[in-house]
Design a protein around this ligand. Structure first.
Ligand SMILES: Nc1ncnc2c1ncn2[C@@H]1O[C@H](COP(=O)(O)OP(=O)(O)OP(=O)(O)O)[C@@H](O)[C@H]1O
Length: 269
Protein backbone atom coordinates (compact mmCIF):
# COMPACT_ATOMS: atom_id res chain seq x y z
CA UNK A 1 0.00 0.00 0.00
CA UNK A 2 1.41 3.42 -0.87
CA UNK A 3 1.53 6.16 1.76
CA UNK A 4 -0.95 9.02 1.27
CA UNK A 5 0.33 12.14 -0.45
CA UNK A 6 1.03 15.00 1.97
CA UNK A 7 -0.62 18.39 1.47
CA UNK A 8 0.77 21.05 -0.88
CA UNK A 9 4.35 22.12 -0.23
CA UNK A 10 4.25 25.93 0.03
CA UNK A 11 5.20 26.27 3.62
CA UNK A 12 7.88 24.85 5.84
CA UNK A 13 6.93 23.22 9.10
CA UNK A 14 7.62 25.43 12.07
CA UNK A 15 11.23 25.88 13.10
CA UNK A 16 12.66 24.23 16.14
CA UNK A 17 14.61 25.48 19.16
CA UNK A 18 18.30 24.56 19.13
CA UNK A 19 20.24 24.26 22.37
CA UNK A 20 23.95 23.55 22.46
CA UNK A 21 25.62 23.10 25.83
CA UNK A 22 29.25 22.44 26.73
CA UNK A 23 30.28 21.46 23.22
CA UNK A 24 33.97 20.63 22.87
CA UNK A 25 35.82 18.99 19.98
CA UNK A 26 39.39 18.08 19.11
CA UNK A 27 41.43 16.86 16.15
CA UNK A 28 43.83 14.36 17.68
CA UNK A 29 45.21 16.10 20.75
CA UNK A 30 44.43 19.58 19.52
CA UNK A 31 41.27 20.97 21.07
CA UNK A 32 39.50 23.28 18.61
CA UNK A 33 36.20 23.90 20.45
CA UNK A 34 35.99 24.53 24.15
CA UNK A 35 32.68 24.41 26.04
CA UNK A 36 30.67 26.25 23.38
CA UNK A 37 27.11 27.08 24.35
CA UNK A 38 24.32 28.77 22.42
CA UNK A 39 20.56 28.73 22.02
CA UNK A 40 18.53 29.67 18.94
CA UNK A 41 14.79 30.16 19.30
CA UNK A 42 12.38 28.84 16.63
CA UNK A 43 12.50 31.21 13.66
CA UNK A 44 15.73 32.78 14.91
CA UNK A 45 18.84 33.32 12.84
CA UNK A 46 22.17 32.85 14.58
CA UNK A 47 25.32 33.75 12.67
CA UNK A 48 28.51 32.17 13.99
CA UNK A 49 31.36 34.52 13.16
CA UNK A 50 35.07 34.48 13.92
CA UNK A 51 38.46 34.61 12.25
CA UNK A 52 39.84 31.82 10.04
CA UNK A 53 40.46 28.64 11.98
CA UNK A 54 38.41 29.72 15.01
CA UNK A 55 36.27 26.58 14.81
CA UNK A 56 33.09 27.68 13.00
CA UNK A 57 32.87 24.76 10.55
CA UNK A 58 33.84 22.28 13.26
CA UNK A 59 31.05 23.69 15.44
CA UNK A 60 28.42 23.21 12.74
CA UNK A 61 29.65 19.71 11.93
CA UNK A 62 29.63 18.78 15.64
CA UNK A 63 26.10 20.08 16.19
CA UNK A 64 24.99 18.01 13.19
CA UNK A 65 26.65 14.90 14.60
CA UNK A 66 29.12 14.67 11.71
CA UNK A 67 32.13 15.17 13.96
CA UNK A 68 33.01 13.53 17.26
CA UNK A 69 32.51 15.90 20.17
CA UNK A 70 31.54 16.20 23.82
CA UNK A 71 28.51 18.09 25.07
CA UNK A 72 24.82 18.18 24.37
CA UNK A 73 22.67 19.22 21.43
CA UNK A 74 18.90 19.35 21.88
CA UNK A 75 16.31 20.12 19.24
CA UNK A 76 13.05 21.23 20.84
CA UNK A 77 14.38 19.69 24.03
CA UNK A 78 15.13 16.29 22.44
CA UNK A 79 18.80 15.19 22.54
CA UNK A 80 20.18 14.39 19.09
CA UNK A 81 22.41 11.66 20.50
CA UNK A 82 20.87 8.35 19.57
CA UNK A 83 18.32 9.97 17.24
CA UNK A 84 17.91 7.77 14.12
CA UNK A 85 19.69 9.31 11.08
CA UNK A 86 16.46 9.56 9.13
CA UNK A 87 14.68 11.45 11.95
CA UNK A 88 17.65 13.77 12.23
CA UNK A 89 17.62 14.35 8.46
CA UNK A 90 13.96 15.36 8.59
CA UNK A 91 14.71 17.94 11.27
CA UNK A 92 18.10 19.30 10.26
CA UNK A 93 19.57 20.18 6.88
CA UNK A 94 23.14 21.20 6.16
CA UNK A 95 24.73 23.06 3.30
CA UNK A 96 28.49 22.56 3.76
CA UNK A 97 31.19 25.01 2.71
CA UNK A 98 32.96 22.53 0.42
CA UNK A 99 30.46 19.84 -0.53
CA UNK A 100 31.48 16.80 -2.53
CA UNK A 101 29.32 16.99 -5.64
CA UNK A 102 28.38 13.74 -7.38
CA UNK A 103 29.33 13.39 -11.04
CA UNK A 104 26.90 12.29 -13.72
CA UNK A 105 23.71 13.72 -12.24
CA UNK A 106 21.72 16.78 -13.20
CA UNK A 107 20.92 19.74 -10.98
CA UNK A 108 17.31 18.53 -10.79
CA UNK A 109 18.38 15.04 -9.70
CA UNK A 110 20.76 16.49 -7.13
CA UNK A 111 18.16 18.79 -5.58
CA UNK A 112 15.66 15.90 -5.54
CA UNK A 113 18.10 14.01 -3.28
CA UNK A 114 16.99 16.48 -0.59
CA UNK A 115 13.64 14.64 -0.50
CA UNK A 116 15.26 11.30 0.43
CA UNK A 117 14.50 11.48 4.19
CA UNK A 118 10.80 12.06 3.43
CA UNK A 119 10.10 9.13 1.15
CA UNK A 120 10.26 5.37 1.48
CA UNK A 121 13.63 3.82 0.75
CA UNK A 122 14.29 3.50 -3.02
CA UNK A 123 10.83 4.86 -3.83
CA UNK A 124 10.54 7.20 -6.82
CA UNK A 125 9.80 10.87 -6.06
CA UNK A 126 6.08 11.47 -5.58
CA UNK A 127 4.09 14.43 -6.87
CA UNK A 128 4.62 16.24 -3.59
CA UNK A 129 8.41 15.75 -3.84
CA UNK A 130 8.45 17.07 -7.41
CA UNK A 131 6.41 20.12 -6.34
CA UNK A 132 8.75 20.92 -3.47
CA UNK A 133 11.79 20.62 -5.76
CA UNK A 134 10.20 22.76 -8.50
CA UNK A 135 9.36 25.43 -5.91
CA UNK A 136 12.92 25.54 -4.58
CA UNK A 137 14.48 25.60 -8.08
CA UNK A 138 12.28 28.51 -8.98
CA UNK A 139 13.03 30.45 -5.78
CA UNK A 140 16.78 30.10 -6.34
CA UNK A 141 16.82 30.95 -10.08
CA UNK A 142 17.91 27.40 -10.89
CA UNK A 143 15.12 26.43 -13.29
CA UNK A 144 17.20 27.16 -16.42
CA UNK A 145 19.97 24.93 -15.03
CA UNK A 146 17.75 22.02 -13.94
CA UNK A 147 18.85 19.66 -16.73
CA UNK A 148 22.53 20.64 -16.75
CA UNK A 149 25.08 18.26 -15.24
CA UNK A 150 25.74 19.55 -11.72
CA UNK A 151 29.52 19.48 -12.14
CA UNK A 152 29.32 21.81 -15.16
CA UNK A 153 27.71 24.61 -13.11
CA UNK A 154 29.81 27.60 -12.04
CA UNK A 155 30.94 27.82 -8.42
CA UNK A 156 28.13 30.19 -7.46
CA UNK A 157 25.53 28.13 -9.32
CA UNK A 158 26.73 25.00 -7.53
CA UNK A 159 26.49 26.81 -4.20
CA UNK A 160 22.85 27.67 -4.95
CA UNK A 161 22.19 24.04 -5.92
CA UNK A 162 23.63 22.86 -2.59
CA UNK A 163 21.37 25.29 -0.77
CA UNK A 164 18.42 24.18 -2.90
CA UNK A 165 19.01 20.55 -1.92
CA UNK A 166 19.06 21.54 1.77
CA UNK A 167 15.84 23.58 1.37
CA UNK A 168 14.15 20.74 -0.52
CA UNK A 169 14.64 18.71 2.64
CA UNK A 170 12.08 21.07 4.27
CA UNK A 171 14.02 20.98 7.54
CA UNK A 172 13.04 22.64 10.79
CA UNK A 173 16.59 23.93 11.26
CA UNK A 174 18.91 24.86 8.43
CA UNK A 175 22.69 24.90 9.01
CA UNK A 176 24.68 26.81 6.42
CA UNK A 177 28.45 27.04 6.26
CA UNK A 178 29.40 30.23 4.41
CA UNK A 179 26.30 30.18 2.17
CA UNK A 180 27.33 33.29 0.24
CA UNK A 181 31.05 32.62 -0.20
CA UNK A 182 30.90 31.95 -3.97
CA UNK A 183 27.97 34.25 -4.74
CA UNK A 184 27.97 37.66 -6.39
CA UNK A 185 26.34 40.42 -4.34
CA UNK A 186 22.97 40.11 -6.08
CA UNK A 187 22.73 36.36 -5.62
CA UNK A 188 24.04 36.66 -2.04
CA UNK A 189 21.21 39.07 -1.24
CA UNK A 190 18.70 36.87 -3.07
CA UNK A 191 19.69 33.83 -1.00
CA UNK A 192 19.77 35.74 2.30
CA UNK A 193 16.42 37.42 1.53
CA UNK A 194 14.90 34.01 0.80
CA UNK A 195 16.19 32.62 4.12
CA UNK A 196 14.89 35.70 5.91
CA UNK A 197 11.44 35.21 4.37
CA UNK A 198 11.39 31.53 5.28
CA UNK A 199 12.18 32.24 8.89
CA UNK A 200 9.74 35.13 9.20
CA UNK A 201 6.83 33.48 7.34
CA UNK A 202 7.37 29.85 8.23
CA UNK A 203 9.51 30.04 11.34
CA UNK A 204 12.48 28.16 9.86
CA UNK A 205 15.42 28.32 12.30
CA UNK A 206 18.73 29.27 10.67
CA UNK A 207 22.27 28.75 11.96
CA UNK A 208 24.94 29.98 9.57
CA UNK A 209 28.58 30.90 9.51
CA UNK A 210 29.25 34.14 7.66
CA UNK A 211 32.55 35.84 6.94
CA UNK A 212 30.88 38.95 5.58
CA UNK A 213 30.24 40.80 8.81
CA UNK A 214 28.02 43.41 7.19
CA UNK A 215 25.72 40.71 5.82
CA UNK A 216 25.86 38.94 9.21
CA UNK A 217 24.84 42.18 10.92
CA UNK A 218 22.04 42.86 8.44
CA UNK A 219 20.41 39.43 8.37
CA UNK A 220 21.09 37.51 11.59
CA UNK A 221 19.28 38.53 14.75
CA UNK A 222 21.95 37.05 17.02
CA UNK A 223 25.69 36.66 16.56
CA UNK A 224 28.14 34.36 18.33
CA UNK A 225 31.79 35.34 17.97
CA UNK A 226 34.24 32.45 18.22
CA UNK A 227 37.95 32.93 18.78
CA UNK A 228 40.29 29.96 19.19
CA UNK A 229 37.34 27.69 19.79
CA UNK A 230 35.69 29.70 22.55
CA UNK A 231 32.67 31.98 22.52
CA UNK A 232 34.12 35.42 23.23
CA UNK A 233 31.00 37.52 22.52
CA UNK A 234 27.34 36.88 21.84
CA UNK A 235 24.24 38.98 21.45
CA UNK A 236 22.68 41.29 18.90
CA UNK A 237 24.83 42.51 15.99
CA UNK A 238 25.27 45.85 17.80
CA UNK A 239 26.49 44.04 20.92
CA UNK A 240 29.03 41.92 19.08
CA UNK A 241 30.24 43.96 16.09
CA UNK A 242 32.29 46.61 17.81
CA UNK A 243 35.57 48.09 16.53
CA UNK A 244 37.26 46.89 19.71
CA UNK A 245 36.11 43.28 19.20
CA UNK A 246 37.13 43.34 15.53
CA UNK A 247 40.57 44.65 16.48
CA UNK A 248 41.05 42.15 19.29
CA UNK A 249 39.79 38.99 17.59
CA UNK A 250 40.34 39.62 13.87
CA UNK A 251 43.35 41.95 14.13
CA UNK A 252 41.27 44.22 11.88
CA UNK A 253 40.94 47.98 11.63
CA UNK A 254 37.29 48.74 10.97
CA UNK A 255 34.53 51.23 11.60
CA UNK A 256 31.03 50.08 12.41
CA UNK A 257 28.33 52.36 11.03
CA UNK A 258 24.58 52.16 11.50
CA UNK A 259 22.47 52.31 8.35
CA UNK A 260 18.73 51.97 7.74
CA UNK A 261 19.04 48.15 7.46
CA UNK A 262 21.37 47.53 10.33
CA UNK A 263 25.11 47.69 10.80
CA UNK A 264 27.82 47.91 8.19
CA UNK A 265 31.45 47.09 8.86
CA UNK A 266 33.82 49.31 6.91
CA UNK A 267 37.50 48.43 6.69
CA UNK A 268 39.80 51.35 7.50
CA UNK A 269 43.09 51.51 5.63
N1 LIG B 1 40.45 17.36 9.75
C1 LIG B 1 41.21 18.18 10.51
N2 LIG B 1 42.35 17.73 11.09
C2 LIG B 1 43.12 18.55 11.86
N3 LIG B 1 42.82 19.82 12.14
C3 LIG B 1 41.70 20.33 11.57
C4 LIG B 1 40.84 19.54 10.74
N4 LIG B 1 39.81 20.31 10.33
C5 LIG B 1 40.02 21.53 10.88
N5 LIG B 1 41.16 21.54 11.62
C6 LIG B 1 41.69 22.68 12.38
O1 LIG B 1 40.72 23.04 13.36
C7 LIG B 1 40.67 24.45 13.51
C8 LIG B 1 39.24 24.93 13.26
O2 LIG B 1 38.92 24.70 11.89
P1 LIG B 1 37.52 25.12 11.26
O3 LIG B 1 37.51 24.69 9.85
O4 LIG B 1 36.45 24.64 12.17
O5 LIG B 1 37.63 26.71 11.38
P2 LIG B 1 36.74 27.84 10.68
O6 LIG B 1 36.48 28.86 11.74
O7 LIG B 1 35.56 27.24 10.03
O8 LIG B 1 37.77 28.40 9.61
P3 LIG B 1 37.55 29.22 8.22
O9 LIG B 1 36.96 30.55 8.59
O10 LIG B 1 38.95 29.36 7.72
O11 LIG B 1 36.67 28.39 7.33
C9 LIG B 1 41.69 25.02 12.53
O12 LIG B 1 42.88 25.27 13.23
C10 LIG B 1 41.88 23.90 11.53
O13 LIG B 1 43.20 23.93 10.98
Amino acid sequence: MTAPEPAAPESFVRGARVEVVGLSAAYGRTRVLDSVRFTVEPGGWLAVIGPNGSGKSTLLRSVLGLQSHEGHVRIDGVPTTGMPRRDRARLLAYAPQLPVLPEGISTLEYVTLGRTPHRPLLAAPRRHDREVVADVLQRLDLEPLADRLLVTLSGGEQQRAVLARALAQRPRVLFLDEPTAALDLGHAQQVLDLLDRLRRQDGLTVVSTLHDLTLAGQYADRLTLLARGRVVAEGTPADVLTPAALAEHYGARAQVVTGPDGLAVLPVR
